[in-house]
Write a protein that binds this ligand. Structure first.
Ligand code: CA
Ligand code: CA
Length: 364
């Protein structure tokens, strides 16, 4: 952030630039660098009107991947994690370690999607009155980002442990049913808190913390053996299709919006393995160019009487995307536009109910 005066542009927007000269300090974080992680920006109005606002944003690496996780470490003193147990992992490490980060990714265990895996954590506090919080991050969707929704576990806190007295945090880690298969990064972060009355819980797996330690492990995620006859694995929920017109009743030859919403309840994106075609009923025609928020693939294909989302497009994990098209009725009466069950085919399953919407076109 510059130290010069800042002026809004004609639209009233400010641009703040975080760079290595930006001086930023915060509770539990002493980063001068704009490190990757969760940030909160708070603005106050000094004119006496008591206006203020704030928002949370995240700094991410340019190209997050499982080959490049953001850096995390300790800037002050190392207070080690001394033992981590989860499944086949029983990882004992030095109580007097001086490494803020310990790479134990070679230590791994198998976990099954949809199961619960208890984790037990031990570590050393500098003083008997000191509390430490233990936070576990798991990159369940294997996208190179460790601290998304459903990937952060505030596992517990210990007060004044020596790291060798058997005191431990116990927490049940629930492996999401939709977790991606394969080697998956787990990060354990232990950080100092002023006391057990003021526990500090990190929100992000990136950045520079002051006192504590970080250890990385590998979870080998497998899905359960049960396979449905359709070839889709148990534990996955099929994507759904919803469609609606902007207006229920319109005059003839008057454009109105048609929105098709594709939703995916799974923790991994659902990629279309076949074209999704919405063939309009007789009497309904395209009135303007269609657009979509579904990314990937070859985009949309539009004709006068249909719109198609091409194979390769993806519905975001635990989210949805839409296809929007302006249509108009050229014949009067009730026009029912249906996408039959099974038309949306993705690698995570097909939708299992007809999606229909009715437009009533009124003759003048
Ligand atoms: Ca350790
Ligand atoms: Ca992730």
């Amino acid at each position: 952030m510059t130290t010069e005066e800042l002026y809004a542009d004609a639209a009233g927007r400010f641009t703040f630039v975080l760079d290595p000269s930006t001086q930023i300090f915060g509770a539990g974080v002493s980063a001068v660098q704009p490190v990757e992680g969760v940030w909160r920006l708070s603005a106050h109005d000094f004119s006496g009107n008591q206006h203020h606002g704030e928002g949370v944003f995240r700094l991410l690496p340019d190209a997050p991947s499982t080959a490049h996780y953001c850096a995390v470490g300790m800037t002050e003193a190392v207070e080690p994690i001394t033992r981590v147990r989860l499944g086949a992992i029983d990882s004992v490490s030095a109580v007097d370690s001086t490494a803020g980060y310990e790479d134990f990714t070679a230590r791994s265990t198998a976990v099954t999607a949809g199961s619960t895996c208890p984790i037990a954590l031990q570590g050393r506090a500098q003083f008997a009155f000191q509390a430490n919080t233990y936070t576990v991050f798991v990159d369940w969707n294997r996208n190179g980002i460790l601290d998304e929704e459903g990937e952060v576990y505030s596992a517990g806190a210990l007060l004044g442990s020596t790291g060798q007295d058997g005191m431990e945090v116990n927490y049940p880690i629930e492996v999401p049913a939709g977790a991606a298969q394969g080697p998956t990064r787990m990060c354990v972060l232990k950080v100092w808190s002023p006391s057990s009355f003021a526990l500090y819980w990190p929100g992000g797996a990136c950045g520079a913390y002051r006192w504590g330690q970080v250890e990385d492990y590998t979870l080998q995620v497998t899905r359960s053996e049960a396979i449905f006859a359709s070839g889709f694995e148990e534990g996955l929920a099929a994507p759904t299709v919803d469609k609606r017109f902007s207006a229920a009743t319109v005059p003839l030859n008057t454009p109105t919006g048609l929105t098709i919403t594709l939703s995916n309840p799974n923790a991994t994106p659902a990629t279309l393995s076949a074209d999704l075609v919405d063939a309009f009923p007789s009497g309904l025609v395209s009135a303007a160019n269609a657009s979509t928020t579904c990314t990937g693939g070859a985009g949309l294909l539009q004709t006068g009487s249909s719109v198609t989302l091409r194979a390769g497009a993806a519905i975001p994990a635990s989210g949805s995307c839409t296809i929007d098209v302006q249509v108009a009725a050229v014949t009067a009466g009730e026009l029912v536009d249906t996408i039959p069950a099974g038309s949306l085919v993705t690698e995570l399953g097909s939708h299992d109910a007809d999606a229909a919407a009715t437009l009533t076109a009124q003759a003048p």
